[in-house]
Design a protein around this ligand. Structure first.
Ligand SMILES: NC(=O)c1ccc[n+]([C@@H]2O[C@H](COP(=O)([O-])OP(=O)(O)OC[C@H]3O[C@@H](n4cnc5c(N)ncnc54)[C@H](O)[C@@H]3O)[C@@H](O)[C@H]2O)c1
Length: 357
């Protein structure tokens, strides 16, 4: 059986999930891990028994035996330099979203992967959510007819909003609705986003980093389909990293309503009150099963490398999503719709916004 040596750089929450998944896979000859926090490196080393564990990602880059790398670092500014070095060294790369913070960085990563003929994908894990996969299948089979409207409402608990807000100033559209924009554009392919109008509302997060508590965006696709995506991160603390999502897809021949709020399983304890376990965005290991999407996504990428199949997410698609949430940020700021793809004028306005921050 074909096998390979793999590495995970950044073994925090998501990287920890990826490392544990890979450590248990028969497709992995040897696992290598890298983490700049020594105590966390040690914790994950104990969990995964890797061949090597290092504090310096250049050791992963320099190791010719490693062919597949998962990059799960924060803050998000680290994505570009680490992905660039790995792609340059000829590694296949799965990079967590966001693909980059600047458009030129995303473009450079895509060009590098093409030049070195390696697979490069972005961790848009929701595509591995069975409910979203079912939506894709239903639409492809024509069950809904022509899709007319998609609505996604996603809310995270404020513990997670606070964690994200502490490390980087990115909006709920860029950090959260990014998943929804990705999978909705995937569902509606080959239609492309043509125009976006967004608004944000302030609340709990404003004092923490000046960000909106929630943003709602209306996207018009070039075939007239209407997409409405809302993302917020101000739910009261309950289950750690709780995420609840409600999705409505209507078409000329049918409708599909997806309840992804995890309210179908309820844990209520005297010590901690109401909780909805197995409700985080990446999902979690529950003994011998993985409840959620990041486990299967991790193995899918490895299989796509070993079997030379296309990775699930094309980085050019991730680049289109990046342009769309950047347009959402701009629209919310100027109070007007923004056309897509972005004009040079809009890109200049975005640069001004960043400079002002
Ligand atoms: N797909 C999903 O559902 C999902 C969910 C949450 C987060 N994410 C994304 O995954 C990424 C990781 O998020 P997280 O919540 O796991 O973050 P985290 O902060 O828990 O973990 C990131 C880790 O990277 C480490 N790190 C930073 N610089 C490093 C370097 N140079 N070398 C090695 N390690 C380094 C940090 O010490 C930290 O332990 C983020 O980009 C986030 O946007 C995706």
């Amino acid at each position: 059986m074909a096998k390979t040596e793999v590495a995970v750089i950044g073994t925090g929450w998501c990287g920890g999930i990826r490392a544990e998944t890979l450590a248990n896979s028969a497709l992995v000859d040897a696992l290598h891990i890298c983490e700049i926090r020594p105590e966390r490196l040690e914790e994950v080393r104990k969990l995964t028994n890797p061949a090597t564990a290092t504090l310096d990602y250049q050791e992963i880059v320099a190791n010719p035996a490693i062919s597949v790398v998962y990059i799960s670092t924060t803050p998000e500014q680290t994505h570009y330099p680490i992905a660039r070095d790995c792609l340059k060294a000829g590694k296949h790369v799965l990079l967590e979203k966001p693909i980059a913070l600047e458009f030129w960085e995303a473009d450079e990563l895509i060009v590098l992967s093409q030049a070195n003929k390696v697979k490069f994908t972005i961790g848009y894990s929701q595509r591995f959510n069975p409910k979203i996969a079912y939506a894709k299948k239903s639409i492809a089979e024509g069950k809904l007819g022509k899709v007319v409207n998609v609505m996604v409402s996603r809310h995270l608990s404020r513990n997670l909003g606070k964690k994200i807000a502490n490390r980087v100033k990115l909006s709920p559209a860029a950090m959260e609705s990014t998943h929804d924009l990705d999978f909705v554009f995937w569902l509606l392919d080959p239609a492309k986003p043509e125009k976006i109008y967004s608004q944000g509302a302030y609340g709990y997060m404003k004092d923490l980093n000046g960000s909106y508590d929630c943003m709602w965006s209306t996207v018009t696709m070039d075939d007239g389909t209407l997409v409405v995506v809302g993302g917020g991160w101000n739910l009261p603390p309950s289950y750690p990293n709780y995420c609840g999502t409600w999705i409505e897809i209507t078409g000329t021949e049918g409708a599909l309503i997806l309840d992804d709020t995890a309210r179908d399983h309820w844990l209520n304890t005297v010590a901690e009150g109401t909780q909805y376990p197995m409700s985080t965005m990446p999902g979690e290991h529950v003994d011998h099963v993985f409840a959620g999407q990041m486990g299967p996504e991790t193995l899918h990428f490895l299989e796509s490398v070993l079997l030379d199949r296309p990775a699930m997410v094309d980085p050019k698609h991730a680049r289109m999503v990046m342009e769309t949430y950047s347009a959402a940020d701009l629209s919310a700021e100027i109070g007007e719709p923004v056309s897509l793809p972005l004009s040079n004028h809009s890109i200049a306005q975005l640069a001004d916004l960043k400079a002002a921050e």
